[in-house]
Design a protein around this ligand. Structure first.
Ligand code: CS2
Length: 492
């Protein structure tokens, strides 16, 4: 076994591997990040690494996991260092990222995390906790007051479990200590992600103490962001290949694509890192960027994930190579989603669609359809259903969108096209199983799943144009399978 990547072994890396050229020992912790998974480490941590390299040492990141100790266990022995492998068909570029300086596992010591969030030098608390981490109803964006973690955190505010529970308790402590609030920076793929986070936090705080709720309402800044980089889960094959290239073992490197984008609403309570030096864009209004990204990229991604999985494809790149899929998503983007979007400053939608198709085809990323298929109940509203609503309001066709929704329904039955069990991961998995158990008929399955208010709201199930299109698409999928249903949309 090779030696492990760490501060002590950094100097021995091959010359081609980029590494932190700054003094990591001199960094202070300006950012506490909740949810230090692969996406954060390929995205915000990389932008922040460039800020530190640019000579501003005030933005070291304390990365916290709200559930599992795995990231801390992998990275703490490496002094927080990890390799980022940026790949496409033309090859791979390796960079060791140095911005993560401390790691915590919240359930082991909630108070340590609260103390870090309440420290005077913490000016930003950022989040990538996935859609379900906000404990909200995806259809309405409101805090789900019956969510078990919300119930727990209201009963035990000093030892929270959820992201809202941690943030509100930390803000309460700051207020009690006479410290200014930090900026809460949402980096998840939620619609109006800053406003959604803010709404959840204000409501949670109000349930704890109306005066605290009013203070948050008056002072808390939650800028919206559009975040974009495709970051598949790391595989053992990635680990082995990267270790060979580094000449050192890295327990948890990250593989990603060259493309990266971050559009940030410039609304921070106090100073902020100059992420623009690494290519981020600060704007007054993120909404048009975010909507375009959620509806075009993520809407296509989820559609590809369900249909691709059902058609037997392991990865997005494999799915894109099969007949009809590229034409389907291009149509979904340009014929259906794009027409619901307000103009995005500087964006040519046709070129954007082309670039997305090329990114989905990246053969160097093994992005599993199963990974993207996770948590469909949390993703569908902003990825497909908002688009459906706008199309219906305009009296326009929704064929491809309906096929995407139907593919999720087919997937949610928990059996694939060969009758094998699907490892269904979703916070509502039990409910999905209950609702589809014993049903064989497309109309019955569609009808039962459309009863999920938290996903479809009350309006869509009442609209026969929607229910009819989804039921027809589901019955096609059940009759002829995903590959044939997709092939109807043409050859790429
Ligand atoms: C993906 C996203 O897993 C998923 O649901 O659609 O993580 C996607 O890769 C990113 O949003 C790209 O920016």
């Amino acid at each position: 076994m090779a030696e492990r990547l760490s501060a002590a072994t950094l100097g021995g890396l091959p010359g081609a591997v980029a590494r932190p050229g700054y003094d990591r020992a001199a960094l202070t912790t300006g950012i506490v990040h909740l949810g230090i998974g692969a996406f954060h480490r390929a995205h915000m941590a990389a932008y922040t690494d460039a800020v530190l390299a640019g000579g501003d040492p005030r933005w070291g990141i304390l990365g916290a996991s709200l559930r599992s100790p795995d990231t801390r266990d992998a990275l703490a022995p490496q002094d927080g260092l990890y390799a980022l492998a940026v790949r496409d068909a033309s090859g791979e570029r390796l960079q060791v990222v140095g911005s993560v300086t401390r790691l915590l596992v919240a359930p082991e010591d909630p108070d340590a995390l609260l103390a870090a969030m309440s420290a005077p030098e913490t000016r930003i608390v950022s989040l990538t906790v996935t859609e379900k981490g906000y404990c909200h109803s995806p259809a309405t964006g409101e805090l789900d007051e019956r969510h078990p973690d919300v119930v727990h955190d209201l009963a035990h505010p000093g030892a929270p479990r959820s992201a809202p529970g941690f943030i509100v308790e930390a803000l309460r402590r700051r207020r009690a200590a006479g410290l200014p609030f930090f900026t809460a920076l949402c980096c998840d793929n939620l619609p109006h992600n800053g406003a959604t986070l803010r709404r959840v936090l204000v409501r949670f705080a109000t349930l704890r103490d109306p005066a605290l709720g009013r203070a948050l309402e008056a002072e808390l800044r939650c800028p919206s962001t559009m975040v974009d980089r495709i970051v598949p889960a790391t595989t053992d094959r990635d680990r082995a290949g990267i270790a060979e290239a580094l000449g050192l073992d890295d327990a948890w490197p990250i593989a990603t694509e060259p493309f990266t984008q971050w559009v940030i609403e410039d609304d921070f309570a106090r100073d902020r890192p100059d992420w623009a030096r690494a290519g981020a864009t600060f704007v007054a209004d993120v909404a048009p960027f975010e909507l375009a990204k959620l509806r075009m990229l993520n809407g296509s991604h989820s559609t590809l994930a369900y249909l691709g999985y059902l058609a037997g494809h392991e990865t997005v790149a494999d799915t894109m190579a099969a007949p009809g899929f590229a034409a389907l998503v291009r149509g979904l983007m340009l014929e259906e989603a794009a027409l619901t979007l307000p103009p995005v400053p500087g964006l040519d939608v046709a070129a954007y669609a082309d670039s997305l198709v090329a990114r989905f085809r990246n053969p160097a990323l093994r992005h599993r359809t199963w990974q993207i298929a996770m948590d469909g109940t949390q993703k569908l509203p902003q990825r497909l259903l908002g688009t459906v609503r706008d199309r219906l309001a305009a009296g326009a066709a929704i064929d491809r969108l309906a096929l995407g929704v139907a593919a999720w329904m087919r997937y949610a039955t928990g059996r694939d096209e060969r009758g094998e069990a699907i490892d269904l991961r979703d916070p509502l998995a039990d409910e999905l199983r209950r609702r589809t158990a014993g049903l064989e008929d497309a109309a019955a399955i569609a009808d039962s799943l459309l009863g999920l208010d938290a996903v479809f709201g009350r309006d869509l199930p009442a609209d026969q144009r929607f229910t009819g299109a989804v039921t027809a698409a589901l019955s096609g999928l059940m009759r002829e399978g995903a590959a044939a249903a997709v092939a109807r949309f043409g050859v790429p």
